[in-house]
Design a protein around this ligand. Structure first.
Ligand code: 6R9
Length: 651
């Protein structure tokens, strides 16, 4: 392995950052050796209505997994994000909202956010929603998305955000799984001038649920102004509901371990997992990581270009920045609309200091050469962040040179929905960078590599990434399925949390994430389970059997390669291929649309016991059919030959 170029911390950054390398090393050591002392001090960043006396009570022992932090303390997340800032920040902008169309914009101050959160919280209470009830939020990137999360937090309701790009079916299954009483949505969502009818989707989802529909009310925000079907007695206009409500609402005192939210994510089986986060530990961790990783300082303008439908939006658009009293940009649209200059224009317009985005967005811009930065100044930028997938060195250099003008450290942040916040990352003032490496653990995080038998890999080496002890932001369970939680994360390797990712550790102890080691795809930074797509495919009348694998894709990181066996009597055709792509798009989401669909009329390669040999399918999809490895266990080797001859990726 050649030595990667080291990018030391630039002096201008070092001199103003929260921690230097020496401080990082000392604090890290303290966080590992005396976690109770360390975290009890760090938790003072929040305001607690009842102080905690216990700090950490956790066990990774299979059958008895428990994760409790600050368990006898009480606090309210919305108070920490709003009320306590008002004496000093009432008129400070919390969100500079930039609409899908340039020129459409709005500023929301801390006072305005507080007022609206209280009104919605009161409105929800008036509809009978209370502590512990689940509320599904199906919204685009508009300020009311943050309002809705915080209003739930204020009254102790548990929010479950469903990404606005998801289909009615995906929405319905998430509503049923957590038994939501209320849905908050909008007439339409706009992204890159494309409209999605969120309210219509909600109607379809609820109609499909029939008698099992647990939803009593749907709150509808009038965003675009499109007409909707109004269901008398069930639907409520947001503006009418709020008009009757006072701008004050007593916050519900929450135990630190009371649930704050559920967020569904794909696993390696078909059923999405309801990742559950609680209040105290999550907020301590989101707030602390936001401050240190992005070196957020008072007066900075921070922009996380993620969507609130993903965990990045929860922790680094809503909870972390607001807990820190930050001013953020919130963007409704996409990086390439109306042109590839949009990101640079927004940075210049709001004088953004910290930009946090995903490698897939960078690659989409990079494909246009200089155009995305032509005519832009970008000198306000100080720190750049990356999240969602490994950032390839080409994208890293483009980001660093073209967007960051060579002066801005890139924090490549590795984490997961399950981890609540960033676990492996550089700190801008402390860490020399290597393009493509997420570098070192954050405070309190103990990563390790294990081989497939579970033996710890010491020093330099490669293996499965596990975390050997708990941190406050860790998920607590899978909603309604603690057994699946234990099986998924704690049964593969005894006594440790298994991330599902592979990684390498180099001579400096830096971590290089190498991707998922399970049947989870990472498409443009979004997780999709292959099983989920497969079960959708076989639900189509033309398909007998399907197998889905990832393959290298220039922009998306991974593309979706689908092998399908038609039912007897079905003749594959281009039209049918199109119909199948549209089917998956409609049933799951545009993100899940197959890139390549290969017909396998002679069937899929299987072992004699009938297991599909995905290893072989992955090789064919990657155009690496000369490295198929051992195929002696195949039931019928001629199937492979046919698939290789008709393969669709020849790059
Ligand atoms: C935050 C988020 C988690 C999975 C994770 C890993 C991949 C995220 C990464 C990264 C390499 C990074 N991932 N950040 N891989 N380098 N900086 O993305 O959460 O949607 O749950 O996805 O994404 O594979 O396991 P989530």
């Amino acid at each position: 392995m050649t030595q990667a170029t080291l990018y030391p911390v630039p002096d201008n950054v070092k001199n103003r950052c929260h921690v230097t390398n020496e401080q990082y090393l000392a604090l890290y050591q303290e966080s590992i050796e005396q976690p109770e002392q360390f975290w009890s001090k760090q938790a003072q960043r929040l305001s607690w209505s009842k102080p905690f006396t216990q700090v950490k009570d956790t066990s990774y022992e299979l059958g008895k997994v428990k994760i409790n932090w600050f368990a006898d303390g009480e606090l309210n997340a919305s108070v920490n994000c709003l009320d306590r800032h008002l004496p000093e920040r009432a008129d400070q902008v919390a969100f500079y909202w930039e609409g899908d169309e340039p020129g459409v914009q709005k500023e929301v101050t801390y006072q305005a956010l507080y007022d609206e959160v209280c009104q919605l919280a009161n409105g929800m209470k008036a509809l009978g929603v209370g502590k512990g009830d689940r509320v599904t939020i199906y919204l685009p990137m508009i300020p009311q998305a943050a309002v809705a999360l915080l209003a739930c937090a204020r009254i102790g309701a548990v929010h479950s955000v469903v990404f606005a790009g998801f289909s009615p079916d995906a929405l319905g299954s998430r509503i049923i799984d957590c038994d939501s009483k209320l849905v908050v949505t909008t007439d339409q969502a706009l992204r890159g001038s494309r409209a999605t009818n969120l309210k219509d989707n909600t109607d379809i989802a609820l109609a499909h649920l029939g008698d099992t529909n647990p939803v009593k009310n749907v709150i509808v925000i009038k965003h675009v102004g499109k007409s909707i079907d109004f269901h008398q007695g069930r639907d409520v206009w947001y503006h009418e509901l709020l008009a009757q409500q006072p701008k004050a609402c007593t916050p519900e005192p929450m135990n630190a371990e009371d649930p704050l939210f559920i967020l569904y994510t794909s696993g390696s089986t078909g059923k999405p997992k309801g990742v559950l986060h609680t209040t105290g530990g999550y907020l301590v961790y989101a707030s602390m990581t936001h401050q240190y990783v992005f070196d957020y300082q008072d007066g900075d303008i921070y922009w996380c270009a993620a969507d609130v439908g993903w965990v990045t939006g929860h922790s680094y658009i809503v909870y972390g920045p607001l807990a820190n009293g930050a001013s953020s940009v919130m963007f409704e649209g996409v990086p390439t609309y109306p042109s590839v200059k949009r990101i640079a224009q927004i940075v210049d317009k709001y004088q953004v200091n910290i930009l946090y985005t995903a490698p897939t967005a960078i690659r989409a811009l990079m494909a246009h050469g200089e155009a995305p930065v032509e005519g832009a100044d970008l000198s306000s930028l100080r720190i750049l962040g990356s999240v969602g997938e490994p950032i390839n060195p080409e994208a890293w250099h483009w980001y660093h040179d073209k967007i960051g003008k060579g002066n801005c450290p890139i924090v490549d942040t590795w984490w997961q929905t399950e981890t609540g916040g960033i676990l492996i990352t550089p700190l801008p003032g402390a860490t020399a960078l290597k393009p493509g490496s997420a570098t070192r653990p954050f405070f309190g995080v103990k990563p390790a590599l294990v081989d497939n038998e579970g033996n710890i890999v010491e020093g330099q080496g490669e293996g499965n990434l596990v975390i050997t002890d708990s941190w406050p932001g860790q998920m607590r369970t899978l909603y309604g399925d603690h057994d699946r939680f234990e099986q998924t994360y704690f049964s593969t390797y005894a006594g440790v949390y298994f991330t599902g990712d592979g990684a390498r550790r180099d001579e400096d102890g830096y971590y290089w994430l190498t991707g998922r080691v399970d049947d989870v795809l990472n498409i443009s930074g979004h997780r999709l389970g292959t099983a989920e797509i497969e079960s959708c495919l076989v639900a189509h009348e033309a398909i007998a059997e399907a197998a889905v694998v990832g393959y290298p894709h220039d922009i998306k990181g991974q593309g979706i390669y689908v092998y399908v066996t038609p039912r007897v009597g079905v003749e594959p055709s281009e039209d049918l291929t199109k119909a199948i792509r549209a089917w998956v798009r409609e049933e799951i989401s545009p993100i899940a649309t197959p890139d390549l669909v290969q017909w396998a009329p002679a069937g899929l390669p299987k072992t004699r016991s009938g297991k599909i040999m995905r290893r072989i399918l992955r090789k064919i999809a990657a155009n690496e059919h000369d490295q198929l490895g051992d195929i002696s266990t195949l039931a019928d080797p001629s199937v492979v030959e046919m698939l290789v001859n008709n393969r669709l990726n020849r790059k």
